[in-house]
Every structure is written in C-alpha cells, then in structure tokens.
Ligand binder design. Structure first.
Ligand SMILES: Cc1ncc(C[n+]2csc(CCO)c2C)c(N)n1
Length: 231
C-alpha cells in the first residue's frame, strides 16, 4: 500500500466523522442557519489567507521550477476561484462577502492555522505536503459523496458548492498525493512518522473547523474587536 493510501486508511474514522458532521449534513439538506454560514465564511477567509502564505513558504523550500509553478498556480486558484464557495454561502445567508473579511480567529481556526504554520516553518517540503493534503482531500470526498447522494439540481441552495468541490478539487488533491508519495519513497522513518502525524492532526482539525462553524465557537471571554491585518 502506498504511503498516502495508508494515511487515508488510518484517517478513515475521522473522514467518516466529517461526512456525518451536522454542518456537512446541513449542506446536503440545504439547511444551515444564517449565523453558521457567516461564521464559517469569516473564519475560512482567514484560513485561506494563511493557506496562501504557507504556499509561499513551500515555494521558498522548492527545488524545481515545476514545483514553484504548481504552488504559484494554487495561490492564483485560491485568489480567483476559491472565493466562489464563499460567495455561495454568503448568498444563502443573504450577506455581503466583503462584510465578513478581517475578523479575529476563533480558537479552532487559530489552532489549525498555527499547526500548518509551525510545520511549514520547521518542517521539510514533504512535511508541508502532509499538513496541507487533508484540506483538498476531505473537501473532494465531501463533494463527491454529496454529488452521488443528493444529486443536487440548480434549485438546491448549495448546488454550486457541492459541484465545485466534487468536481474541481480533484486536480490539486492528486498532485499533492503524488508529491507526498514520491517524498515518502526516499524519506527516513522519523520523517515518515512526522508526515503521518501532521496529516492526521490536520484531518482532526478539518473536523474541528466544521464543528467550530456549526457551534459558532468563540473565545470563552469575548475578544475586544482588535484590528486585523489580513484584510
Ligand atoms: C478549513 C478548510 N479546509 C479546506 C478547504 C478547501 N480548500 C481550501 S484551499 C484548497 C486547495 C487550494 O489549493 C481547498 C480544496 C477550505 N476552504 N477550508
């Protein structure tokens, strides 16, 4: 069994919990509270900013032009295309996307972003692939599952969201899987173990991110509205 296939097997319980999470079930049913959608978009806007910064760190650790070009394309993809799923949630919630930008991070989003940033700063390029992969991989499988199960038509409020992830995120997932498997081929055992740990931790944090949005998680003591830099 290949390295990433073995990771997918180990993470299966977490993947299943994500598929069964009430936020994901809410996407399937087309029923989520306005506040839940808004919380998700506020936090995910910041998450995607962090994700692009990690691509920047990955570029600094790249050894080939092909790799630099691939990360560069992914940054452009997030800037130009990945805004569409946010706009779909905003439309369903009846709010303006621009109003949801620049909010402070809730605890679980903070944790996930710091996890990725720590690995990006301290780890190898292989470790960066491992920490990033659950993001496109879980969304691809959510999208594929919902496409098959719901067979949404254009009157479903999240039709385009399901279609976007079910069809479009396959490309980046495949590239990361391939790159991580190649990296694992020549990595020593300690690095393979670190890559597995980062991957599984990111899967757990994917679950927590859905849960954070569903529960509208915030800090136990209200955060004073500090100005935020990433807008
Ligand atoms: C918490 C969270 N996890 C995954 C995604 C989906 N996603 C974000 S970036 C990317 C790949 C782009 O190269 C994908 C598939 C999300 N939006 N938010």
């Amino acid at each position: 069994m290949g390295f990433t296939q073995e990771l997918r097997r180990q993470a299966d319980g977490i993947y299943q919990a994500i598929f069964d999470h009430p936020f994901v079930r809410g996407i399937a049913r087309g029923q989520l509270e306005k506040e839940q959608l808004i919380h998700y978009v506020k936090q995910d806007y910041e998450y995607l900013n962090a994700y692009m910064r990690i691509y920047g760190i990955a570029i600094s650790k790249s050894r080939t032009r092909e790799e630099i070009a691939m990360f560069n394309e992914q940054i452009a993809y997030i800037l130009n295309r990945e805004v569409q799923p946010h706009q779909i949630f905003c439309q369903a919630a009846g709010v303006n996307f621009e109003e949801l930008q620049g909010y402070p991070l809730a605890p679980s989003a903070h944790h996930y972003i710091r996890h990725m940033l720590t690995v990006a700063h301290e780890g190898s390029l292989g470790e960066i692939y491992a920490v990033l992969l659950p993001c496109p991989w879980t969304y691809l499988e959510i999208g594929q599952k919902l496409l098959a199960e719901v067979q949404p038509t254009s009157d479903h409020p999240f039709y385009e969201w399901i279609d976007f992830y079910g069809r479009l995120s396959g490309d980046v997932t495949e590239k990361f899987i391939h790159a991580l498997d190649r990296w694992a081929d020549t990595a020593r055992e300690e690095e393979r173990q670190r890559m597995a740990d980062h991957f599984l931790q990111s899967c757990q944090l994917e679950y927590l991110f859905w849960d954070m949005a569903y529960r509208q998680e915030d800090w136990p003591v209200a955060m004073p509205m500090i100005s935020h830099s990433s807008k």
